[in-house]
Ligand binder design. Structure first.
Ligand SMILES: Cc1cc2nc3c(=O)[nH]c(=O)nc-3n(C[C@H](O)[C@H](O)[C@H](O)COP(=O)(O)OP(=O)(O)OC[C@H]3O[C@@H](n4cnc5c(N)ncnc54)[C@H](O)[C@@H]3O)c2cc1C
Length: 245
């Protein structure tokens, strides 16, 4: 059976990986997030410093919202751990997962805090040991020096904060989009006439919407948020593994 192929595989489905997936999928790249489960944010008791939530938000709710957002924007997501990444003979990346799947991807974005073991077979990737942790060596846009391989979020040395990891995921995704040469200007939704009213084409990646469409989207956004916030979240924070019950 021929392996599944993707434009982008993202290893890790925390704030960095999910945000990266939202951006690459919205740019039209066929994207799959592979997540080993239990993002570290599930340990948070109440998330109070993410913009847009004046009284904070349940961190598990925030992850649910971000997962749903990724999926709505066309990013696929699978719960499985990536065991190994290697260069395939044709220059793409081959990923092996715990589910014994073989995947081929043009680009791989590592957002897998705190695991880098699966990169052992990729020649040229720099790993930095700091204390008991290992980080992936990247430039300011998450490029590792191995063409097509990127890292974002805490595993790339970002500060240990949700919104920083998410922002880094977006930044690195934009670098991957740029390198893939899909036509892209900015990921913007503008009111009707914003570009065309000045005699400009709507740039690639941007969209103009009229008032009806804007109101329809706002209605839908309110319904989605009502559904998510109508009941308390059923799950409790995950405790640190070394804390005794
Ligand atoms: C107790 C606690 C409270 C916190 N409170 C706050 C707070 O109030 N505010 C704040 O801003 N930040 C807080 N943080 C920090 C925040 O959770 C992290 O900085 C942020 O989640 C990092 O995002 P990330 O996407 O880089 O990594 P993660 O969220 O850890 O996501 C990495 C994902 O990669 C997956 N993964 C790992 N290896 C593999 C593999 N081989 N294959 C597939 N998937 C893999 C993991 O399962 C995980 O889901 C808190 C952290 C903790 C522990």
């Amino acid at each position: 059976m021929s392996p599944e192929t993707r434009d982008v595989c993202i290893v890790g489905g925390g704030p960095a990986g999910l945000t990266a997936g939202i951006y690459t999928a919205r740019a039209g790249l066929d994207t799959l997030v592979l997540d080993g489960g239990q993002p570290i944010l599930e340990r948070n008791a109440h998330l109070e410093n993410v913009p847009g939530f004046p009284a904070g938000v349940n961190a598990r709710r925030f992850l649910d919202l971000t997962r749903e957002q990724a999926e709505r924007n066309g990013c696929d997501r699978r719960e499985t751990r990536v065991r190994a990444v290697e260069r395939a003979p044709d220059g793409r990346f081959e990923l092996d997962t715990d589910g014994d799947e073989r995947l081929l991807a043009d680009r791989v974005v590592c957002t897998s805090w705190a695991d880098t073991d699966y990169l052992a077979g990729v020649e040229g990737v720099g790993l930095i040991e700091r204390g008991s942790k290992t980080y992936v060596d990247v430039d300011g846009d998450g490029r590792t020096g191995v063409d097509g391989l990127y890292a974002a979020g805490r595993v790339a040395g970002s500060r240990h904060q949700t919104v920083v990891a998410a922002g880094d995921g977006a930044n690195v995704a934009l670098a991957a989009i740029e390198d893939s040469e899909v036509p892209f200007y900015h990921d913007w939704v503008a009111p009707e006439g914003y570009f065309t009213g000045r005699g400009r084409e709507v740039p690639p990646g941007c969209e103009e919407i009229d008032d009806d469409e804007r109101e329809r989207r706002e209605r839908e956004a309110r319904e989605v948020m009502r559904r998510h916030f109508s009941e308390p979240h059923p799950e409790e924070p995950t405790q640190h593994p070394s804390v005794e019950e």
